[in-house]
Ligand binder design. Sequence first.
Ligand code: ARG
Length: 410
Amino acid sequence: MSTSKVALAFSGGLDTTVCVPLLKEEYGYDEVVGVTVDVGQPAEEFDEADETADALGVETHVVDAKAEFADLCLDAVRANADYQGYPLGTALARPVIAQAILDVAVDEGCDAVAHGCTGKGNDQLRFEAVWRTSDLEVIAPIRELGLTRDWEVEYAAEHDLPVDGGNGGDWSIDTNLWSRSVEGDALEDPNYVPPEDIYEWTDTPGEAETELVEITFEEGYPVALEGEQMDAVTLVETLNDLAGEHGVGRTDMMEDRMLGLKVRENYEHPAATALLTAHEALEGLVLTAEERQFKQQVDAQWSQKAYEGLVMAPLVDALEGFIATTQERVTGTVTLKFEGGQCRPVGRDSEFATYSESAASFDTETVDGIAQEDATGVAKYHGFQTRLANGAKEQTKQATEALPDGGSEQ
Ligand code: ARG
């Protein structure tokens, strides 16, 4: 008889640690293979996962998906992607992680894939949307067994499992290249003001010296900082450091999760904020007014699917067709000013600018055969319907007031 095997999304935190014995005891699997996917978490997280796996006697695979994830983050820049103001770090990483785990599971001849998500969050949905494309069984022990954190802590103690309260301290943290998110414990009270020490990527805003940084874009993708070409991972890491020193890219928000729950979330995303700000500034120079207006709808749809973990949806492909066409001209540079804990565009340049300095200038008479006086006819027509409609309303009101009873009902 062959042994049954399950691949587990493994981080070494409390949830995934208790999943290891549970998959054997409760689900009857002979072997658990842990899979950790590198999407830019700090090195300590891998060390912790490694130690925990060793102590549990679990064989683990580490898959490096940083480059692939960084490419997806830059696609998100082309789509000016955010969800309720947060640049989607966790959401964008999940399909990448899920696919990497599925690939290992198939390679290793596993019968099932498992995650340690609860039944309350978004990640269960994002993982399973990818996994259910395969024939493997999908297992969610925490959700299916209805486990609480307290129960898990007790179970871990009874079974002598290597956990130290899980995930390093009070907060539940999810980190990748694009963002660091902090939630749970005292932060669950929306009115609790977070202490400075929840932040690791961003220094206290407003304390750094003002700095200018030039970002170069090619077809909507950022490719260089201060004229120096960089691959996507290096560019994002470099900007996280730089913008983080200025305290740029903090979000404290109420987030509407897919299942309808509202949760209080805190995020840090310095590079994402800088790149999204710069990209939008360049689009402002290059795209026509109607392209910008329509693209807002396209970007919002792209962001919604990304939040749902469905970047592989046919709709996203179709939206990207539109995005790609507009981005053919989004090539040029943007200068960002980091000042007072903010970053804002202070210069932009592109050979594709939809801009005529002489047309917009106060100093020129005639441009492209159009003189100032040519606007007179347009100015006469402007607001014509509003004048007609409001005039008719006013006339009716006056006629009613002129009636013998002064227009009163009875
Ligand atoms: N709520 C966020 C999302 O669904 C991310 C939550 C990240 N998890 C955490 N433990 N901080 O995108």
